[in-house]
Write a protein that binds this ligand. Structure first.
Ligand SMILES: O=C(O)[C@H]1O[C@H](OP(=O)(O)OP(=O)(O)OC[C@H]2O[C@@H](n3ccc(=O)[nH]c3=O)[C@H](O)[C@@H]2O)[C@H](O)[C@@H](O)[C@H]1O
Length: 460
């Protein structure tokens, strides 16, 4: 029999062995969990990379997508905002029909492409308020902050405008929409915008402004009834034109940017579809449209942001050291122009892809008729924001910009009474008022902003 001393020695050894085993197990567990952590992090990183590259470059066609991207996109459909349903299912069809049904007798039924965009949102609201049926289409791409597009979507949803989330290049989706709704009109505003970005991502302009437009026209020409189409061209088609002010009869064969070239191509494509298929087509040349809910890639918008943050802004002058000027046009004026164009659009004459007779083909300038130098734009912002801008005056880079724009709008006035009424100072007041409200900025804003922006600002 073991002596008590030996027994306690054995117990001590046993305890040491057990504690060793526990240490080993702890280390193993630690190693196993750090490996697990490593692989989990890697997996999450890979998934994130896929999600980030999912829709980049913006407006990539669905045909270009990697099969895994297709899968992830359909998977992400589960995360649509509350209240929306999968494309094609009965709930979705009900939303589509409800949104596009007019609430007034003989009202229009309009498909607005780019409805979550700046001008698209304003037009959709105006048309809906008038009692028309409005259905939106937008791909919510990331050319600029998609959260702004989501906020516009929420605003439209409050007014019973539903936006179908999809790409212009998705022919089957467009056909499905025309199967469900006999649209009387299409207001086609979806596009790759921005003059200078075309040097960074040229293909996105071709994909949206050319391929996307053709996809839409193909579906529209086969529809029965064919809709009348009003669509967004651009002042940039005048390019290096030196005749002033710009009239629709002036030459537009010297585009200075790929953006301008794709818009000009759109005008020629419109001619073809009008000629062959009898589609009624109206192109609107917008002149640097600005206002509440605007585009963060435009100068007035990022100047405001940078001035408030005390950052330097680049103010361009021409190569021969003259002021650069734009015919800045307030969004409410442009909306009136769009509505006027829709109201005066004649019916398409074809059906099911066959022309039955000549159809209307129109082009109009929608500008403000009074160009303002960029330096003056900055001075107005300084006054409204109560802060001096850190101006860096430089020669305009050779990146597609033109020195000035100036619209003659007599055609639009003659045909649908288009008459812009908002000057830049008043329009910027309304913009700044929206901007500080939207971004929750409490600053040393000039009191003038609140009082002078007036109470009739329909945009908030
Ligand atoms: O009418 C159009 O069809 C186009 O209008 C708009 O293009 P633009 O007129 O070029 O507007 P925007 O970029 O706001 O530059 C405004 C001014 O600021 C100057 N500008 C610009 C940037 C800068 O850093 N500094 C500067 O001085 C610049 O030289 C210019 O004089 C739309 O973006 C475009 O999508 C299209 O719709």
């Amino acid at each position: 029999m073991a002596s008590p001393r030996e027994t306690s020695k054995t117990a001590y050894k046993l305890e040491r062995y057990n504690s060793y085993i526990r240490r080993v197990n702890r280390t193993k567990l630690l190693n196993a969990s750090s490996k697990l952590l490593f692989w989990a992090t890697l997996l999450i990183a890979l998934v994130l990379v896929f999600f980030f590259t999912l829709n980049y470059p913006p407006l990539s066609s669905s045909a270009d997508r990697h099969p895994l991207q297709h899968y992830l996109l359909s998977y992400s459909a589960f995360y649509r905002p509350k209240g929306s349903a999968a494309i094609g299912d009965p709930v979705w069809e009900k939303q589509v029909r409800h949104s596009s049904t007019a609430r007034r007798a003989n009202g229009l039924s309009i498909l607005v492409t780019g409805a979550a965009g700046f001008i698209g949102t304003h037009c959709s609201l105006a048309l809906k308020k008038r009692g028309e049926g409005v259905l939106g289409l937008d791909n919510f791409n990331s050319y600029y902050d998609p959260s702004l597009k989501r906020a516009r979507q929420a605003l439209l949803a409050k007014h019973q405008v539903f936006i179908v989330e999809g790409d212009l290049n998705d022919g089957p989706l467009l056909r499905k929409l025309f199967d469900v709704v006999p649209f009387t009109h299409v207001l086609h505003l979806a596009a790759q915008a921005g003059v200078r970005y075309a040097m960074q991502n040229p293909q996105s302009y071709v994909a949206s402004n050319i391929a996307g437009f053709v996809t839409l026209l193909e579906v529209a020409k086969n529809a029965n009834p064919q809709p009348s189409i009003v669509w967004a061209s651009s002042s940039s088609v005048y390019g290096l034109n030196t005749e002033n002010p710009f009239s629709e009869s002036h030459r537009t064969d010297q585009p200075a940017s790929l953006y301008a070239a794709t818009k000009k191509a759109g005008e020629e494509i419109a001619h073809t579809y009008n000629h062959i298929y009898g589609l009624s087509l109206t192109g609107l040349r917008f002149f640097t449209v600005y206002g509440p809910w605007g585009r963060p890639d435009m100068a007035y918008f990022f100047f405001t942001k940078d001035i408030l943050q005390g950052k330097q802004i680049d103010v361009y002058r021409t190569q021969d050291d003259k002021e650069v000027a734009r015919d800045f046009t307030y969004v409410d004026d442009v909306v009136k122009g769009c509505v006027g164009a829709l109201d005066t659009a004649e019916k398409s004459t074809g059906s099911g892809g066959k022309k039955r007779g000549p159809a209307q083909l129109r082009i109009y300038n929608l500008g403000n008729t009074s160009p303002v130098p960029v330096g003056r734009l900055v001075s107005i912002l300084e006054l409204l924001l109560g802060t001096s801008a850190k101006k860096h005056v430089i020669k305009m880079p050779r990146n597609g910009d033109v020195p000035f724009t100036h619209a003659n709008v007599s055609l639009a006035y003659r045909d649908f009474g288009y008459k812009p009424t908002t000057d830049l100072a008043m329009g910027l007041r309304k913009f700044v008022k929206w901007y500080v409200h939207y971004y929750g900025i409490k600053s040393t804003l000039n009191k003038e902003v609140d009082s002078a922006a007036g109470n009739n600002d329909s945009s908030n």
